[in-house]
Design a protein. Structure first.
Length: 172
């Protein structure tokens, strides 16, 4: 029985994340999925709340062959303490999976094995690209699991993102 760890902001959870987790499911039985920047929402970079991202993940992972433990993780101001912060909140895990350079650096400095995963077409499976398409009213739905489309529709997420991306009208 092996338990892995995978962290992301999932703004939103997309096909690249899903492809990574499907591959991870081939090597571990259980996966701690950290919702990073859980304290952030309603901004252009982080439009969705931790709760909304929790629903996206729970529904999208229902048909993946592993047991997920989804844990919201607030950001903290000191990178040097971040791994301790993560470990204080998550179930214990044997191995981590990441392609994020800072995350890899911090976990490996703490003595945790980190496996890099395959990269799925970053020109489209990228949160920045998907959020930009939403802002500009372009199609984005084929880049995320159906469960994510439903969640974003339920909370009027595209309208929210378009609104917050206008910034402060008094600054213009
Ligand atoms: P993300 O959602 O952008 O990506 C999550 C993971 O998926 C990353 O490993 C990324 O490389 C991978 N990924 C994304 N698109 C992919 C694709 N198309 N194909 C394959 N892999 C793909 O999230 P992120 O920003 O990397 O999340 C890291 C989180 O950790 C953030 O919330 C960050 O704030 C947090 N963090 C916090 C601290 C701190 O609080 N001091 C320190 C380090 C990290």
């Amino acid at each position: 029985m092996q338990r892995g760890f995978y962290v992301g902001r999932f703004q939103p959870y997309h096909g690249g994340h899903h492809g990574v987790i499907e591959r991870i499911a081939e090597t571990v039985d259980e996966l701690v999925v950290g919702i990073g920047s859980a304290d952030k929402s309603h901004t252009q970079r982080n439009p969705f709340t931790a709760g909304e991202r929790h629903v996206m993940l729970t529904r999208a992972l229902a048909d993946v062959d592993l047991t997920p433990y989804i844990v919201p993780l607030q950001d903290i101001n000191r990178n040097a303490l971040w791994v301790s912060h993560v470990c204080s909140l998550c179930p214990p895990f044997d191995v981590a999976f990441s392609n994020n350079a800072l995350v890899i650096q911090l976990l490996e400095e703490a003595g945790i094995e980190v496996r890099r995963g395959p990269v799925f077409d970053r020109s489209k499976y990228r949160g920045t690209e998907i959020r930009q398409r939403m802002i500009e009213g372009e199609p984005w739905q084929d880049l995320v699991p159906d469960a994510v489309i439903e969640m974003i529709r339920d909370v009027n997420g595209v309208e929210r993102l378009q609104q917050v991306s206008k910034g402060d009208v008094f600054e213009r």
